[in-house]
Write a protein that binds this ligand. Sequence first.
Ligand code: FAD
Length: 485
Amino acid sequence: MPAGEPRHAPIIVWFRNDLRTGDNRALSTGSRTGVPVIPLYILEDEEDGSATLGSAQKWWLHHSIEALASRLASMGTPLILRRGRALEVLHSVVSVTGARTVLWNRRYLPSHLARDAEIQQALQIDGVTIESSEGHILHEPTQMRTVSGGPYRVYTPFWRAFSSGMEPRPPLARPESLMPIGMSLQSDRLEDWGLLPNGPDWSAGIAAQWTPGEDGAITRLDAFLAKRLAGYGEDRNVPSIDGTSRLSPHLAFGEITPFQIWHATEMSRDEVPTADLQTFRKELVWREFSYHLLVNCPDLPTANYNSDFDKFPWREPGDLLSAWQRGRTGYPIVDAGMRQLWQTGWMHNRVRMIVGSFLVKHLLIDWRHGEKWFWDTLVDADPASNSASWQWIAGSGADASPYFRIFNPILQGEKFDPTGEYVKQFVPELADIPAKYIHNPWEAPASVQSEAGVRLGETYPRPIVEHRRARERALNAYHAMKGKT
Ligand code: FAD
């Protein structure tokens, strides 16, 4: 407790994207003071607030808050829910409870950093102390600097600096109990926030796949360490295999920290090949790199990192965009990915790259349309990883895939889903097409199509663009842009 504060003034712990009780610096600090702790979650009405999350993440948020509230109740204190503008809500809770301290874990969206600074200033004027802690990423994005003192723009030197730098701190234990405030505080009803679908309920496929909340995250991590970390280097590229951790939505909501994951992999060091462990950590560090880019380039989600791309001749999205969104492009691996996303709220990383490349290169649709669709449909939508990855795919990013490297969706399918198992899972109308034609059913002889019950243009779409022509058109568009720069 800061010197000079009333001895028993309660402390507010403001939960944001850190919906957990383990390895939570703000909560641990609060519990150690020995004064009452008020855990608070605000559904923020600001333009970039939690109230404006995509539909899939609203579903997740509802269940994650439910899980957090239940855990906090078992530790002795209820989670207070309020909807509104963050500063107004905090002012109101401070004035009703007499709290003199607010604790939070930092968040890194540039607009959040700016808002948190404003809130801190405004509350300090009223004599309220703010303490902010780390927790969401392994190293502060502003601390990682190249030898010349600037931010990194390329992943490999970032990884080198990262892996030769300080070992991430060990995770913090969960507090055993929390002291309640001993007065009843007004709290919204979670059901009244309308986070769950209110039209047709599309969430069954998502609910079948995921368990939002801290316990769900730890169960995922344990299963990954026990069964999938050994072999990760190979298996992570095969979409039909459950070969990755699927921790991304849990990380996005802060139900688990990268510190917990990093140290858990350290504990497995003797049981798994070093190469697999290293490959997995490199992926975790892509997330760090994405935050590094976002903090150092705040308009990453909306503007081309490489401004040459401002002159790129994108086409109007129209029906092509909706065919892509609905998984009806006629390219089976693309359609399987887009349907996996719609049904489960998640898509395999390899397939994200294929569908992303298809949108921006085959269809010449601006990456921002893809980013927006992913934002609305992914349970793991993350402002840093989503925008950095889309810009990587589009060629407009910091350390981007060269534009002229255009994925061939047929070859990608044949390489990473050779038996078509993944495609058949999400595009059942192709279930009886032999593996030889699963990625290019239009090339199957008429008798094979008919035996498989496939009538192109009726049961399954014909390709909406022809690969070779689309490739050529994409390269021409790129050269046109280069000519103008
Ligand atoms: P694992 O393979 O188990 O990796 C472990 C963790 O490392 C992930 O949970 C994630 O936090 C991190 N990670 C892995 N790959 C990447 C990567 N390429 N970039 C950044 N972090 C990574 N990831 C998101 O978390 N949110 C997004 O909104 C998002 N949008 C993407 C959009 C596109 C176009 C592409 C190509 C990738 C996107 N990714 C995004 C990155 C990646 O696809 C997912 O992180 C990964 O598929 C999550 O599955 P997993 O947890 O099983 O990953």
